[in-house]
Design a protein. Structure first.
Length: 168
């Protein structure tokens, strides 16, 4: 793979990478910073990429690893806050008002979830990865992925069935 081919494929992945970064950071500005750092790292280390594996998996792993490093740095710095995902407008789509409210409420519920549950849920449900791909991407057993997604879905259903969402 040439550097130009690598860049072209990476550019095509940017919207998906940004959504994933947003699901990790729960902040538009932090997601943008994370994505910029990931792209910079990938461009510097493009020769380490194995063309036999899908580029999206490699890039998602780069984003996730950089975010883990950032969390560790923030623990040292204490006091660094994040913008709540519910306040973010990046994931809003034009639709009926009750659908927008429900989407905001679901996004808030996912943002409130433990990171271990939210990551596999977003990769499978929002990004369309299989359980196996998610397992490989996160470096956890496939059974753990299935269990976490099951628990995350149960949490969402339970919290949304408590009458906290808008219906017609």
């Amino acid at each position: 793979m040439t550097p130009d081919q690598f860049k072209s494929e990476m550019i095509a992945l940017l919207p998906r990478l940004r959504r994933f970064a947003l699901s990790l950071t729960r902040s538009g500005p932090d997601a943008d910073d994370l994505l910029q750092d990931a792209v910079t790292a990938a461009l510097q280390k493009w020769h380490q990429y194995d063309p036999a594996q899908p580029l999206d998996r490699w890039m998602f792993r780069v984003v996730r690893n950089l975010w883990i490093s950032e969390i560790r740095k923030r623990k040292v710095r204490l006091g660094e806050g994040q913008v709540d995902a519910a306040e973010s407008t990046e994931l809003q789509v034009e639709s009926r008002p009750e659908e927008v409210l429900t989407a905001q409420q679901v996004r808030q519920k996912v943002a409130d979830m433990d990171q271990d549950l939210a990551e596999p849920l977003m990769l499978v449900c929002a990004e369309g990865y299989s359980y196996r791909e998610t397992s490989d991407l996160l470096g956890i057993p496939i059974g753990t992925v299935m269990s976490r997604i099951h628990r995350a879905r149960k949490l969402l259903i339970a919290s949304m069935s408590e009458g906290e969402y808008v219906t017609q």
